[in-house]
Write a protein that binds this ligand. Structure first.
Ligand SMILES: NC(=O)c1ccc[n+]([C@@H]2O[C@H](COP(=O)([O-])OP(=O)(O)OC[C@H]3O[C@@H](n4cnc5c(N)ncnc54)[C@H](OP(=O)(O)O)[C@@H]3O)[C@@H](O)[C@H]2O)c1
Length: 327
């Protein structure tokens, strides 16, 4: 697979990374461990060199999984993980205090069975801690060789600028996809100006943009998607229009809807590296196939026309989680 550079500090990774969250957390029961390890190693064998996890995924279980799965070829991959929730628990509130940032780094290094974290993201901006203090803690970790690159997630432009002034940010990881394009307004121009790479999460719309989720799909009771307004059954029903129209474009190109969703992101900027997640080998192969799909100007115009025509229904987060983004 081709590689791309994130940030002016030039973290070079495969054009598509692997989002590993769903193997342990968020989308129903965790995948059985040996199967999960096989999937992660299959991604590496097919050219993936960026693996995305977080302290909060499990919590802790996903980092431990990656540590074991990636150990045989640790030096050939970049591991991205995240700090920022109290005790690693998403529901427990935010903690980006320097002491917590450093404690999480030490614990993550052990779980990941490694001596350095390639990319250490703040998971959400913590309004209780000046961003300069958090960036300063990461700067110390970089000085000590425990972290190689600093990242942020769902941060607003002003926080990105302030953090970047203390410790250059290599990548921002935020939601961006065919049905969530807000980053185009202020975030992408800011990243371009500052030389920061962009890692879109949920690039497949949490599965919806692939066409595999319909109005009648039921999610496991532990699946986060049960509380996502735009994935409520009624929102799914109306949002099928978007998927159907994108599906027509995919069929005409003889590619799949998932490949259109990923190729579209890759076409936006050369410094964008999406991280689709899957627990299934055949879908991994399908998704990685998108790296070889080059959309023409006509394809991009056809997609733009669909996006202009269809209004997506439902918020991407419930209110309590929406309050944590864009700060
Ligand atoms: N920074 C943050 O706050 C944040 C938030 C969310 C996610 N993330 C990161 O971003 C990664 C990706 O995001 P995501 O997992 O939320 O969403 P996503 O990649 O948009 O979608 C993943 C979902 O799509 C399904 N899927 C994948 N490929 C498919 C295909 N070709 N056809 C049909 N269905 C397919 C998967 O199900 P199967 O497993 O059944 O294939 C899974 O349920 C995560 O793993 C995580 O590392 C970060």
């Amino acid at each position: 697979m081709q590689t791309r550079q994130l940030g002016t500090s030039r973290l070079e990774v495969s054009a598509l990374g692997l989002g590993c969250m769903g193997l342990s957390y968020g989308y129903g029961p965790a995948t059985e461990k040996t199967q999960a390890i096989t999937l992660i190693r299959a991604a590496f064998e097919r050219g993936v060199t960026l693996f995305d996890t977080a302290e909060a995924y499990g919590p802790f279980l996903n980092e431990e999984l990656l540590g074991e799965a990636l150990a045989p070829f640790r030096d050939k991959v970049a591991i991205a993980t995240k700090f920022g929730f109290k005790g690693g628990k998403v529901d427990a509130g935010l903690d980006s205090s320097p002491a917590n940032v450093k404690a999480v780094a030490e614990a993550a290094l052990k779980r990941l069975k490694t001596d350095r974290i390639d990319l250490f993201y703040q998971h959400r901006v913590d309004p209780g801690v000046p961003i300069e203090e958090t960036a300063g803690a990461v700067k110390d970790l970089i000085r000590d060789g425990k972290v190689l690159h600093f990242g942020m997630s769902e941060a607003g432009a002003s926080s990105i600028r302030r953090a970047h002034a203390v410790q250059p940010v290599t990548a921002l990881q935020s939601e961006y996809s065919l049905w969530w394009r807000e980053p185009e307004l202020e975030i992408l121009p800011t990243l371009e100006e500052l030389g920061i790479g962009f890692v879109p999460f949920s690039p497949l719309g949490k599965g919806f943009l692939t066409g595999a989720i319909t109005e009648s799909t039921t999610f496991d009771s532990s699946d986060f998607r049960n509380i996502v307004p735009r994935l409520s059954p009624s929102a799914r029903k109306s949002n099928q229009t978007l998927v159907a129209l994108l599906g027509e474009i995919a069929a005409a190109r003889k590619v799949t809807p998932a490949q259109i969703a990923l190729a579209w992101l890759l076409a936006q900027k050369p410094w964008i590296v999406p991280i689709p997640g899957t627990t299934k080998l055949h879908r991994l192969e399908e998704n990685l196939g998108a790296a070889a799909v080059t959309l023409s100007k006509a394809d991009l115009s056809a997609i733009a026309a669909v996006l202009a025509k269809v209004a997506v229904q439902g918020d991407r987060y419930p209110a309590h989680l929406q309050a944590r983004v864009g700060r």
